[in-house]
Design a protein. Structure first.
Length: 96
């Protein structure tokens, strides 16, 4: 019985310590802006349309190219990121 309690205690410490460390590293720092992924545009033209629609709605967006660098076999993909407080307005503006 004691062995089982020791095993459970070790598991709690290992898992809890790892989770605590991960949360500590992901915490917001002063001057850091949190963003959420709004969606992934299928190409540069679509990303430009999304960015223009968001700009007109007054939402500041960050576009990040995450597509394959092998341009002749697959199209590029673009992630569109916005601030959490703008997410609902951004989704409404783009009809998402």
């Amino acid at each position: 019985m004691v062995d089982v309690l020791i095993f459970i205690g070790v598991i709690v410490v290992v898992v809890g310590g790892t989770l605590s460390a991960a949360l500590w590293l992901m915490r917001a720092r002063p001057g850091q802006t949190r963003v959420v992924l709004l969606g992934v545009a299928g190409g540069a033209a679509e990303a430009r349309l999304w960015a223009e629609g968001l700009r007109r709605a007054g939402v500041k967006a960050h576009i990040r190219n995450v597509g394959d660098s092998d341009w002749y076999t697959s199209p590029a993909a673009y992630e569109v990121w916005v601030r959490p407080k703008d997410e609902a307005r951004a989704r409404k503006a783009l009809g998402l």
